[in-house]
Design a protein around this ligand. Structure first.
Ligand SMILES: NC(=O)c1ccc[n+]([C@@H]2O[C@H](COP(=O)([O-])OP(=O)(O)OC[C@H]3O[C@@H](n4cnc5c(N)ncnc54)[C@H](O)[C@@H]3O)[C@@H](O)[C@H]2O)c1
Length: 288
């Protein structure tokens, strides 16, 4: 059901790769709510991915940009403003990648060139994006910028690796830049901390299936899906949330406030009852 929450608004969506991507769902939902969009991703993702299909179904323009490149970002914002005939109302940063995670390099043996890449792609790109937009005065007064985060910024989750550090930086950028952009232009900046979600990036994390099962059992409302995340993003882009800024907003069915649930305890008890597991509860990968 659509409510016309974004009627007449114009936005840029970073990070739709395929129809599992959270950004893909946000683009579809924003279009249904009346927004006009520019879709962006790296040149290679645009060439190899399925973004054409989304651009067609939402009537959007596609402009490639590597979010770590300031010149690409300048080109993106300038071309978007030309196409829109003015400033932008909202921006979604839905970007994450860790070469250490991809290559299964553990946190106590990190490759530092890869670590720098993780931080650049997954966190500094958010700063570069906002700084470029501000210099070009690309975002309208009371505009809204949202980035997607994960609870590993606050709590240690097995195998999330250097992405945890990237998410902590990402959330800090939302606060630091949220103050400056809010003070000067009333632009609001927030992060949404989403449940584990079966996307290309999500499934790249080792042990993802166990993690998503655990958070499902722990969350009173269950895991939040990509579609539900899109709904939340729409409210953050709308005029209904004008005074929300510099926040990390948990969208996780209650997981972040839980310690132990009955459903998780039941499952945990099953492993305690297993004699074989008691002898040797962890295998060489540290998995149960
Ligand atoms: N899937 C989950 O479990 C989960 C949970 C919480 C938060 N998130 C966050 O949601 C966001 C979107 O991820 P997703 O799960 O939809 O996966 P996804 O793989 O569909 O999206 C990640 C996107 O990042 C893009 N990207 C990578 N490097 C880039 C660069 N240099 N410039 C521009 N774009 C680049 C990819 O092309 C891809 O489109 C990420 O920030 C991720 O960390 C995901």
């Amino acid at each position: 059901m659509a409510y016309n929450l974004l009627k007449g608004k114009k936005g840029i969506i970073f990070g739709a790769l395929n129809n599992q991507s959270i950004a893909w769902k946000v683009a579809e939902r924003a279009h249904a709510e009346g927004a006009t969009l520019v879709l962006t991703n790296t040149p290679i993702a645009i060439r190899m991915g399925e973004l054409d299909e989304l651009a067609q179904s939402t009537g959007s323009l596609m402009i490639p940009a590597d979010a770590t490149s300031v010149s690409d970002l300048e080109n993106l914002f300038v071309k978007t403003m030309e196409a829109f005939g003015g400033q932008i109302d909202f921006v979604l940063h839905s970007i994450g990648m860790s070469p250490n995670v991809r290559k299964k390099i553990p946190y106590d043996d990190l490759n530092y060139d890869f670590f720098a890449k993780t931080l650049d792609i997954s966190a500094l790109s958010f700063h570069k994006m906002i700084q470029t937009a501000k210099k070009l005065d690309a975002i309208k007064e009371w505009g809204s910028v949202v980035a997607l985060s994960y609870i590993a910024a606050q709590r240690t989750l097995y195998e999330y690796n250097d992405m945890a550090d990237a998410k902590a930086v990402l959330e800090s950028i939302a606060r630091s830049f949220g103050y400056i952009y809010g003070r000067e232009k009333h632009v609001r900046i927030n992060t949404i901390s989403q449940s584990p979600t079966p996307t290309t990036a999500g499934q790249g994390v080792k042990g993802f299936n166990a993690l998503i099962d655990f958070t499902e059992r722990m969350s009173p409302l269950g895991n939040a899906t990509a579609d539900e995340c899109a709904d939340y993003c729409i409210t953050m882009f709308s005029d209904l949330t004008k005074k929300v800024t510099m926040q990390n907003l948990f969208h996780d069915g209650g997981f972040s406030s839980m310690g132990m649930s009955a459903r998780a305890m039941t499952q945990y008890n099953k492993s305690l009852e297993c004699k074989e597991c008691n002898k040797n509860p962890l295998n060489s990968d540290g998995d149960i």
